[in-house]
Design a protein around this ligand. Structure first.
Ligand SMILES: [Zn+2]
Length: 472
């Protein structure tokens, strides 16, 4: 017998088997019980979270031949239920909009929609990846959605809801499918392993669940891979061997050089890393992911579940993450994200990358900005939030810039050195403002340098503003 992949074998068949979408199940069950099923639904959510399964379940509920009316508990045995489960029913038409983007398909659909269903109560159109339709096709679909025949239901599914015209969204009932929490995925994997008589280590299943990133389908294809390699056993070693952590040695080396402030070394390692042929924006994305792991470990501790790392690597990461403080990681990610966006558009991609690497190599100094600032004007009391005043955005700024600023102030306070009791002079403030790193930080996060003791704002000619934090 041919092997059926787990994702298909264990596709949820009824509302009760759906994982992680409780509120949507409840709403649909109520609609069925009260005979208030809408003529159009829009299922939004990332791939593998159960949109198509839910669409087929709803279709079975509406069309099950064993029931006299729409039911929340279809029989799963009648010809309609069986055909719908296979995606082959005559009255439940599944359309993949990704390969049928044109207006002609939707016109055909409109022309056919007027005919009554062949054997069931409703003619149900399930349109997957509906955001791929052309504008003309959307218009044609809209006309049908405006005045649908009573016997027609639409279930639209999309991974990119922002691409759906508002006119369509206002004609349908929208459900947002959430990413499935790793815990629920791990539980489902354990259940499936029991059903398949596969022996599974809990830690291994947890790692698979984390790697799946909220997608049940991805989790199941990973499990498929592991069982085809490890036989009837899912062991951590097999998982780690087959799916090594996305940790990259050259990136780790690059980050080490940056920590040492060794710009020349960092450039050399970056050159070797880029020589492997990744597109520059992909390179940025991967490096950001690795720095993100370090940042999370720095803030949440080395054992955090928020980072996917095999046990063998964790110690190494835990060590490396201590080389920067939280604020420096935020700064590095900001620099790299800026780089990622600009390398795509620029012809000078390599120069931009090298410039960014030099900025990263200076990020080790960046971690001392807070202590630098506190030296500039803080009284001996550590409670006066000098650095907070400096980092707080003073005017409405683009959200992307304001957000990291707030994060940087919540970074571990351990990094703030005890400030010496020295009063700052105007020259100190001017010198601080002239520091390239301070400038970079102010540009990245906004804010201004304030001498709290003297109520002086040094802001290069911009309006002076009395600070609100007065020392007592
Ligand atoms: Zn049935």
């Amino acid at each position: 017998m041919a092997y059926t992949v787990l994702a298909r074998k264990f596709r949820s068949r009824s509302f009760d088997e759906v994982i992680g979408q409780g509120p949507i199940v409840t709403t649909l069950k109520n609609a069925l019980a009260q005979d208030r099923v809408h003529h159009g639904y829009l299922f939004c959510g990332t791939r593998g979270v159960g949109k198509t399964s839910m669409a087929r379940i709803l279709a079975k509920c509406l069309n099950c031949l064993a029931a006299d009316a729409p039911t929340a508990t279809p029989c799963h045995e009648c010809n309609a239920c069986l055909a719908i489960a296979r995606g082959e029913d005559v009255d439940v038409i599944e359309i993949d909009a990704a390969s049928n983007t044109g207006v002609d398909h939707i016109r055909d659909l409109r022309n056919n929609a007027v005919y009554r269903p062949t054997r069931c109560r409703f003619k149900i159109y399930i349109i997957d990846e509906v955001h791929m339709l052309s504008p003309g096709a959307f218009n044609a679909l809209l006309k049908t959605l405006e005045e649908p025949p009573d016997h027609v239901k639409f279930i639209l599914a999309t991974t990119e809801s922002h691409k759906i015209p508002a006119t369509i969204i206002s004609r349908v009932q929208r459900f947002d499918f959430r990413s499935i929490p790793a815990g629920e995925i791990a539980g489902q994997l354990a259940m499936i392993c029991r059903a398949e008589s596969v022996e599974a280590e809990e830690a291994a299943l947890k790692r698979l669940a984390r790697l799946a990133n909220g997608s049940m389908r991805d989790a199941l294809s990973l499990l498929d891979q592991i069982t085809s390699m490890g036989g009837k056993k899912v062991a951590s070693e097999v998982v780690d061997e087959l799916i090594p952590a996305t940790h990259d040695e050259l990136f780790a080396d690059l980050i080490d050089r940056c920590a040492d402030g060794d710009a020349a070394g960092a450039l050399t390692v970056a050159d070797a890393s880029l020589g492997r042929g990744q597109a520059p924006d992909v390179w940025c994305t991967l490096l950001i992911a690795q720095i993100r792991d370090l940042m999370i470990m720095r803030v949440c501790g080395p054992d955090t579940e928020l980072v996917d790392a095999p046990a063998g690597l964790r110690g190494r990461l835990a060590e490396q993450c201590l080389k920067f403080d939280g604020g420096a990681f935020v700064y590095m990610i900001t620099v790299l994200e800026e780089l990622r966006r600009s390398v795509k558009a620029s012809g000078a991609g390599r120069a931009l990358i090298d410039a960014a690497v030099i900025r990263l190599a200076e990020a080790s100094n960046f971690s001392s900005i807070e202590s630098l600032m506190s030296q500039l004007g803080a009284p001996s009391s550590p409670h006066v939030p000098v650095t907070n005043t400096a980092a707080a955005p003073r005017a409405p700024e683009p959200a992307t810039k304001a957000a990291p600023a707030r994060k940087s102030t919540t970074a571990p306070s351990a990094m703030t050195a005890t400030p010496p009791p020295r009063r700052a002079t105007q020259a100190d403030l001017r010198a601080a403002r002239a520091e390239p790193l301070v400038q970079a930080a102010l540009t990245a996060f906004g804010g201004q340098i304030v001498d709290v003791q003297q109520n002086v704002t040094h802001d290069n000619g911009a309006t002076s503003q009395a600070p609100t934090n007065q020392p007592s």
